[in-house]
Design a binder for this molecule. Structure first.
Ligand code: FES
Length: 368
């Protein structure tokens, strides 16, 4: 191999200070390692969704991708045990006169081993059948010691009406019954590190938010969210869920893919104290950004105001209010009607103009 194919990537003294680092040779990103007195080089681009291997960590002989922790041998580029058919290119290296050289022309082939896709990754196809309503309770409480919850009670009233009177399919998910992790900010590493299905869901089979994703993306036509008001905001469980829904919104950005198509969202907001408008604004903004539609009057709400501290009275008011129950029933009926319109009305497909929406295209694409 002629010498002029070797790229000088720096001095030994400088490069041996770090066991793993990312270097660029032209447009090619390389993960350079220094171990046992030797330099090795493999591609800096992960086989999964392109994570920067050179910015990862070393685990024994393996470079660990910083995005979702796939591992590749620092010398051969081969995947870890069980994934030997996964391989990123490896390059020859040499040291001469205190300089480190990498030969890009020596690259071995990149090979990708098929990883079994997560069930949520299947195409989104609405199955035939009546309108389907998923109710999601975001109220927190100890399962062993349940208490009366106004938002839960009205969600149940809406779902019962949908099932018994409107003859719709329903399911109720109570977030407090699920064991799921907080969003860990894969998006903060890179938009492309935030994957669909959610990175946590793909890596952690014990995480139960897959049930919510399954219902929202693959099953429901109507998404009915109930929340109490907590210090002027929706419940902490609501935010824990929607942070994990970044992977749904992010598909708009990185893949032009609209996972919540023809879905209608509506809300039940209950609080002893105030800020219904603020909470409704939060809920509607998020669900608008993931592409949901809203019925006319998309939420019902109740609160007694800032200075009402006599919470027992608030509970009694909700329990005895026929108006609120009827309001919940009418809300789900409006949402179901809107869903029918969406599904049967054959709304023409419009290319989505990105301007003004959050899902702007990425400004730059990584190279290498
Ligand atoms: S593990 Fe490398 S990009 Fe996902």
């Amino acid at each position: 191999m002629p010498d002029d194919q070797w790229a000088d990537v720096g001095s030994v003294e400088d490069l041996k200070r770090r066991f793993l680092q990312e270097i660029s040779i032209g447009k090619t990103r390389v993960a350079l390692t220094y171990q046992d007195g030797e330099f090795s080089a493999i591609s800096g681009v992960c086989n999964h969704v392109g994570g920067p291997l050179g910015q990862g960590t070393l685990d024994g002989d393996y470079v660990v991708c910083p995005w979702h922790y796939w591992k590749f041998h620092h010398r051969t580029g081969q995947g870890e045990s069980g994934y030997e058919q996964d391989q990123v290119p490896a390059y020859s290296t040499k040291v001469e006169n205190g300089r480190v050289y990498v030969d890009l022309s020596s690259a071995t082939k990149r090979r990708k081993q098929a990883h079994k896709p997560h069930p949520l990754a299947r195409p989104v196809v609405r199955q035939a059948g009546p309108i389907r309503v998923v109710g999601i309770s975001t109220t927190a409480m100890t399962l062993d010691h349940p208490r009366f919850s106004g938002s839960d009670a009205l969600l149940e009233a809406a779902l019962e009406h949908a099932k018994s009177t409107l003859q719709l399919e329903t399911q109720c998910i109570k977030l407090r019954e699920l064991n799921f992790r907080s969003c860990e900010g894969y998006y903060s590493k890179s938009a492309k590190a935030c994957t669909w299905p959610c990175s946590i869901t793909q890596m952690d089979p014990t995480d139960q938010l897959d049930r919510v994703y399954e219902a929202l993306v693959h099953w429901a036509d109507v998404i009915l969210i109930s929340t109490p008001i907590r210090w002027g905001n929706a419940s902490s469980l609501y935010y824990k869920m929607v942070e994990r829904m970044n992977c749904i919104q992010n598909q708009e950005t990185i893949a032009n893919r609209h996972l919540l198509k023809n879905k209608v969202a509506a809300f039940i907001i209950m609080g002893g104290q105030d800020n219904v408008q603020g909470v409704a604004g939060q809920l509607m903004t998020f669900f608008a950004e993931v592409g949901c539609q809203f019925p006319q009057f998309p939420f019902i709400a109740h609160s007694r105001g800032w200075s009402a501290e006599d919470m027992e009275r608030n509970v009694i008011e909700v329990q005895n209010s026929r108006e609120l129950r009827e309001g919940a029933q009418e809300l789900v009926a409006r949402a179901a009607d809107m869903a029918k319109l969406m599904l049967c009305g054959q709304l023409p497909e419009h290319p989505l103009a990105r301007g003004g929406r959050k899902a702007h295209q990425l400004d730059s694409e990584p190279t290498g």
